[in-house]
Design a binder for this molecule. Structure first.
Ligand code: KG4
Ligand code: ZN
Length: 339
C-alpha cells in the first residue's frame, strides 16, 4: 500500500513505452512500436521515430492506465527516460512527462535509459542485489556496467568501441538478406547451423586489449567478406552455418568478458538486458559460464529486455522509495546522458 505508484515513459528509440509499477510489481506495460515504418530503410530513421512517438504518446498513456486500473491522481510520480537516445525522440517523452506530471501536481523523475534496463529485472526476479554487474546489449549499446546503487551510482566498465552487438546482428542479417531487425531471424537460422563451421574473429580478445571493451565491426566485415567470397565462387551461401558461427563469436566474447568483470570486481550477480538478451544462444552460454563461475544469472523475459515503459517506472519507483529528489521542470532531454 505505501509502495510508490509510478508511471514511466520511454521514447529513446523507436518504441513508445508507457508502464505502471507499484514498488517492484508490474501493473501495466503498454507499447507502440514504429519498427515496421523503419524496416524498409534497414534501420531506425530518427524523424520517423519522433513523429510516431508524438502520435502514440497519449493513446499509450491511456492504455497503460487502463491496463493498470489506476487513477492518474493516485500516482506518486512520473518517470521518464532523459537519455541517452535519439534527441528528437527523447524530447517527445520528456516534454510529455513534464506536462503530464505538472498538470497532475506530481513530481517528475528523469532517469537514465541504461540504468532502467538494469532496474527492470526487479519486476521479474525481485530486489536486485547491490552491487550488480550488468551486461547491456541492444541495437544502440553494448556495455558492461557495475551498479553499486541503481538510483545514484552506475559505473561503466567498458563498452563497444564501434558497432553495438544488436547492430552487428542487424548488419549481418542484411548481408544475408534476411531483413530487419536481424537478431531474431539470425537466432532462428542459427539453430539449424553449426556454430563451429566458420572461425570468425573475436574482437578485442587479445591479452593487451581493453578487458571490458567490445568491438563488432571487424566481425561484421569478416562475415560480409566470407559471404561475398562464397557468392563470387557461385556457391550457395550456407546461411544457417554463417548465422550460427557469427552468433557464436558475438556471444562468446560477451559472456567471457561479463564473467571476467564479475570475477575481477568480486560480484556474484550478473544481469543481462537489452534486446540482444533475447538471444537464445547468449542465454544458454551465459547460464553455463555463470554456473561454472558461481555467479547468479538474472535475465528478464524478452519483453522486458527490449525498450519499454515498465523499466522506466521501475527505476522511478526505486527512486521514490529511496527518497531521491525529483527533477526540476527544466529537465532536459540529453541524447548523450552519461550513467
Ligand atoms: O533493446 P532494443 O529493443 O532496442 C535498442 O536498440 O535499444 O534492441 C533491439 C536490438 C536489435 O538490434 C535486434 O536485432 C536485437 O536487439 N535483437 C536480437 C534478438 N532479438 C532482438 N539480437 C539477437 N538475438 C535475438 N533473439
Ligand atoms: Zn534500450
Amino acid at each position: 500500500p505505501d509502495e510508490p505508484l509510478v508511471l514511466g515513459i520511454e521514447t529513446s528509440c523507436d518504441e513508445t513505452g508507457v508502464g505502471v509499477v507499484r514498488g517492484r510489481t508490474l501493473l501495466a506495460d503498454a507499447i507502440a512500436s514504429s519498427v515496421d515504418e523503419h524496416a524498409r530503410f534497414g534501420g531506425v530513421v530518427p524523424e520517423i521515430a519522433s513523429r510516431a512517438h508524438l502520435e502514440a504518446m497519449i493513446p499509450t498513456i491511456d492504455r497503460a492506465l487502463a491496463e493498470a486500473g489506476v487513477r492518474p491522481r493516485d500516482l506518486d510520480g512520473v518517470a521518464v527516460t532523459a537519455g541517452p537516445g535519439l534527441a528528437g525522440a527523447l524530447l517527445v517523452g520528456v516534454t510529455a512527462a513534464k506536462a503530464y506530471a505538472y498538470a497532475l501536481g506530481k513530481p517528475v523523475y528523469g532517469v537514465n535509459h541504461l540504468a532502467s534496463h538494469i532496474c527492470v529485472d526487479q519486476l521479474e526476479h525481485g530486489e536486485l542485489p547491490e552491487p550488480t554487474m550488468a551486461l547491456l546489449v541492444s541495437g544502440g549499446h553494448s556495455s558492461l556496467l557495475l551498479a553499486p546503487d541503481i538510483t545514484t551510482d552506475v559505473r561503466p566498465l567498458g563498452s563497444t568501441i564501434d558497432d553495438a552487438a544488436g547492430e552487428a546482428f542487424d548488419k549481418v542479417a542484411r548481408v544475408l538478406q534476411l531483413g530487419f531487425p536481424g537478431g531474431p531471424v539470425i537466432d532462428r537460422y542459427a539453430r539449424e547451423g553449426d556454430p563451429a563451421a566458420i572461425a570468425f574473429p573475436r574482437g578485442l580478445s587479445g591479452p593487451r586489449d581493453a578487458p571490458y571493451d567490445f568491438s563488432f565491426s571487424g566481425l561484421k566485415t569478416a562475415v560480409a567478406r566470407w559471404v561475398e567470397a562464397a557468392r563470387a565462387e557461385g556457391e550457395r551461401v550456407p546461411v544457417a552455418d554463417v548465422a550460427a558461427s557469427f552468433q557464436e563469436a558475438v556471444t562468446d566474447v560477451l559472456t567471457r568478458k561479463a564473467v571476467r568483470a564479475c570475477r575481477d570486481e568480486g560480484v556474484d550477480h550478473l544481469m543481462i538486458g537489452g534486446g540482444v538478451a533475447a538471444n537464445s544462444r547468449l542465454r544458454a552460454m551465459a547460464e553455463k559460464r555463470c554456473a561454472e563461475a558461481g555467479i547468479t544469472l538474472r535475465v528478464p523475459r524478452p519483453k522486458l529486455c527490449t525498450d519499454n515503459g515498465a523499466m522506466v517506472a521501475a527505476l522511478g519507483a526505486e527512486m521514490v522509495a529511496r527518497g531521491r529528489s525529483a527533477s526540476d521542470w527544466g529537465l532536459p532531454a540529453d541524447s548523450s546522458l552519461p550513467v
